[in-house]
Design a protein. Structure first.
Length: 413
């Protein structure tokens, strides 16, 4: 076997990690190296958050420990039967890369996943050892996200939470039967059990006001998961329902969505073409509506067409167009919950409206100053000097509000 140098390994294993979208670093506890103690920081000047054109965060050193894998998941390019270039980092190499990249201000932390080598226990032990070495031996205070190996010993998973800011175990596919069919060596029950244990440990680590001694820190940024979109035939409404149940059942901070990309030498069980990237974007918007705007999965589903979200307009606008009887709403008297359902008004805009209207009666121009654009808002509101008249019920309202420019599909290859 060819011996690769560190640069070559990095090229292989950074490229292999690009399929995992769950790499955001929000929500962790604040740590820094002020006072000459430790290395790294989770906030402050000198940390650059970079994003790819499709919205993925690349401000972390995002790599696999190895892309060797004993599993043969049909949808994975690193599966055992795949003819790809293989590489493996040692624990010390990952530690060295993380520290050197951080000191050069390339990254704010580490996102580390891995193929399964030898066994789940051995792989998880290696991942934990990286985080432990960074924290204990080098007093690293930056962000660490570890991918869990659900089949590993629960004690290893619990140890991972002591050193990592966030943990994640990917559900992978929206349908359980699809996971059994396309990844027969994975067990969705085992994945859910690992996620449930993490939730219990995260909740136990939250100090109560009466506690004099704080419990040990455990994954302060919580846990996340990822769903692959377009590989198993699941509809958007199925995916939204699955996400809602994951949020409720496991206290997740985020569910990430990754549009399926056909891989070289793929199985005939997989689709031949990739889904539109806009579908992934619409699912993120629907996810946001559930988390921050008070929408239920059923309401999002009501605006879908045969289970699929509209690719031409965002799900909030689609819902409003199907629920015109609830509009227009008066921006000077409407409750926050209803204002959040107005297309074009975000959470910050609504909070500004609520604050300003305590002191003055709002006009349409005031709303224009308080939100990013008035064009989408006008048909759904009334103000002191504005009523939409027949605009709310206009037959061509959808056409008027549909963006003229459509985004271009990107590729991972």
């Amino acid at each position: 076997m060819t011996v690769l140098d560190l640069r070559s390994k990095l090229a292989v294993l950074a490229d292999a990690a690009k399929y995992d979208a769950s790499c955001a670093s929000s929500g962790t506890s604040k740590r820094d190296s002020i006072g000459g103690k430790g290395v790294g920081s989770t906030e402050g000047l000198g940390i650059c958050h970079a994003y790819t054109p499709d919205g993925r965060c690349v401000s972390l050193l995002k790599i696999l420990l190895t892309n060797f894998c004993i599993y043969d998941c049909v949808y994975c390019i690193n599966r055992a039967s795949s003819n790809v270039r293989r590489a493996r980092f040692s624990v010390d190499e990952v530690v060295e890369l993380t520290l050197n990249f951080y000191k050069r201000n390339y990254i704010e932390g580490l996102f580390l996943s891995s193929g399964i080598i030898r066994s789940g226990d051995y792989t998880m032990e290696q991942l934990v050892l990286v985080a432990k070495t960074l924290r204990i031996d080098h007093d690293f205070r930056g962000y660490i996200h570890l991918k869990l190996i659900p089949e590993a010993d629960p004690l290893l998973i619990e140890e991972a939470g002591l050193y990592a800011d966030r943990l994640s175990a990917n559900i992978e596919l929206p349908r359980d039967e699809a996971l059994k069919r396309l990844a027969p060596q994975k067990d969705v029950g085992v994945i859910k059990y690992a996620m449930a244990r993490v939730r219990l440990k995260v909740e136990a680590a939250r100090p109560a006001k009466k506690d004099r001694v704080k419990p040990p820190r455990f994954a302060p940024a919580g846990q996340s998961t990822q769903l692959i979109i377009g590989a198993d035939g699941a509809s958007d409404t199925e995916i939204v329902d699955r996400s809602a149940s994951l949020y409720a059942g496991y206290g997740l901070r985020r569910v990430y969505y990754s549009a399926f990309s056909p891989i070289p030498d793929s199985s005939s069980a997989l689709p031949l073409s990739k889904p539109p990237l806009m579908r992934e974007h619409r699912l993120y918007q629907a996810d946001w509506l559930m988390r921050f705007y008070g929408f239920s999965p059923a309401e999002i589903g009501d605006a879908a067409n045969d289970g699929m979200l509209d690719l031409a307009i965002d799900p909030k606008l689609a819902w409003a167009l199907n629920s015109r009887a609830q509009f227009p709403v008066d921006v000077n008297t409407a409750a926050r919950e209803m204002l959040l359902r107005v297309p074009g008004l975000g959470v910050k805009s609504v909070d500004r409206i609520l604050q300003v209207r305590r002191w003055r009666t709002l006009r349409l121009e005031d709303i224009g100053r308080l939100c990013r654009g008035i064009h989408k808002v006008r048909p759904f509101i009334t103000a002191l000097d504005w009523t939409p008249g027949g605009l709310t019920d206009a037959a061509d309202l959808r056409v008027r509000l549909t963006p003229a420019v459509r985004p271009v599909q990107l590729s991972l290859f």
